[in-house]
Ligand binder design. Structure first.
Ligand code: CTP
Length: 418
């Protein structure tokens, strides 16, 4: 079947590294009679009229050879993984990925697949969904769409369809992917695919995945424009509570629903764990093998939720707020501003972000030494006392600060300070 001349369209849209790489790649493939195909996401997106950035190619032949040729001709940066027959070329910030066509088998559910060289049809048959299992041969001038699994009609119908009944058991990450595509593209799961997902979830297939693989899928969702809907969908499917009990209720994610995550994907991680008990959140940190940056957001969010009542207390002084929030990650604080079930706590946290955290004494350590404070820990203590006094309103101007220090020295010398 003929489709619009998609490579020409892309070349017209892009005047940088991508165009040069595409041109050189196609020439080289044609000259060496190596069949070259654009595959997966870019084909789907072009057919849907969506913008395309990352280009994935399948080569019925030596992918690293083509990559090296493009790299040496244009001066791009080439990375080759011989073991997998894959290569990438980066030029002027644009990147193309090339893989040698392959078929694959799964030694056991959830494992990484065992791959063998194959034809483009084998390569398409190993993929997750029909909408991602299309290819366009680009090594000759007649661009032909290869669509052995009905991807085009599923794109038209707005359907996410897995290629076979064992797809989700072989690779349970596809459950996360299905939810992501459904929501991103405005599609829905084809009914039989839905049944297969249900069966895979019921068999607790997610247990077979390593923490890194699950986290990678969650991370991809966090980077979607709107992570709320796919997270809610996954919770509804019952797969999140298999990561840690309690993740089937996501009140904070629900509250964030229309909030775009571009500003900071960590806000959605914090919203995800907001309702969890501390021990469950810790289980999740371990289960997903979270890096420190994630673990900190998770722990601080749960800690902050536990502090909500104290933060809402009318007698809480500003200096007390600062002490409570010292060291707590800004992502956790910003999230609670948006999702806290206590509107008073949310206001306090907003005030902390906007105002309180910027309040501090004008005098510095050297000023204090010059005024007679003893060198050493007394300086730090005096600065903290000054800060508290300023936060709580008993000190305002720099003259007030000087008076405060002089009085502290008179009253008890350095010993009294702090
Ligand atoms: N793929 C798969 N099963 C997976 C992961 C990926 O079959 N668990 C296949 C899909 O055909 C997919 C291709 O590998 O189109 C590339 O995967 P990925 O890089 O994750 O997708 P992209 O198309 O680059 O990204 P997206 O679909 O999110 O735009």
């Amino acid at each position: 079947m003929r489709i619009p001349p998609l490579i020409d369209d892309m070349e017209r849209q892009d005047s940088g590294g991508l165009t040069a790489m595409l041109h050189t790649l196609r020439m080289c493939a044609a000259n060496h009679r190596i069949p070259l195909y654009l595959v997966g996401g870019p084909v789907r997106d072009v057919l849907m009229g969506l913008p395309v950035r990352d280009l994935d190619f399948v080569v019925e032949g030596d992918a690293p050879f083509l990559a090296r040729h493009v790299g040496s001709k244009l001066g791009g940066h080439v990375v080759v993984h011989h073991a997998f027959g894959t290569a990438s070329v980066t030029l002027d910030g644009d990147r193309i990925d090339l893989v040698t066509a392959r078929g694959e088998t799964y030694p056991h559910p959830g494992s990484l697949p065992k791959v063998n060289p194959g034809r483009i049809t084998d390569d398409l048959a190993r993929r997750d969904f029909s909408i991602n299992a299309m290819a366009v041969q680009v090594s000759d001038d007649r661009e032909r769409l290869l669509d052995p699994h009905g991807g085009l009609s599923d794109v038209t119908a707005g359907v996410v369809r897995a290629l076979h009944a064992g797809s989700f058991v072989d690779d349970p990450t596809r459950i996360f992917r299905a939810a992501r595509y459904e929501q991103r593209l405005g599609f829905s799961m084809e009914p039989e695919t839905s049944v297969w997902v249900g069966q895979a979830v019921a068999s607790c297939c997610v247990q077979s995945l390593t923490g890194d693989r699950v986290r990678h899928e969650i991370e991809r969702i966090l980077h979607e424009k709107y992570p709320g809907p796919p997270l809610m969908r996954l919770a509804g499917l019952g797969i999140l509570s298999q990561l840690t009990p309690g993740l089937d209720r996501l009140p904070a994610v629900e509250r964030l629903m229309g909030w775009p995550s571009q500003a900071d994907p960590m806000i959605y991680l914090a919203a995800l764990v907001y309702p969890l008990a501390g021990s469950r959140a810790e289980d999740l940190v371990q289960r997903l093998n979270m890096p420190n940056s994630w673990a900190r957001v998770v722990r601080d969010t749960v800690r902050l939720r536990e502090l909500e009542d104290e933060l809402s207390h009318p007698a809480l002084a500003n200096s007390g707020i600062i002490r409570m929030l010292r060291g707590i990650s800004e992502d956790a604080i910003r999230t609670l501003v948006l999702v806290s079930h206590s509107s008073v706590a949310a206001l306090v946290l907003q005030e902390y972000l906007d105002k309180l955290r910027h309040i501090g004494p004008e005098l510095n350590g050297l000023d204090l030494l010059a005024m007679g404070v003893s060198p050493g820990p007394c300086v730090g203590r005096m600065l903290r006392e000054l800060s508290d006094a300023k936060l709580d309103g008993s000190v305002e101007t720099i003259d007030d600060e000087k008076r405060f220090v002089r009085e502290a020295l008179v009253q008890g010398g350095d010993r009294q300070v702090g």
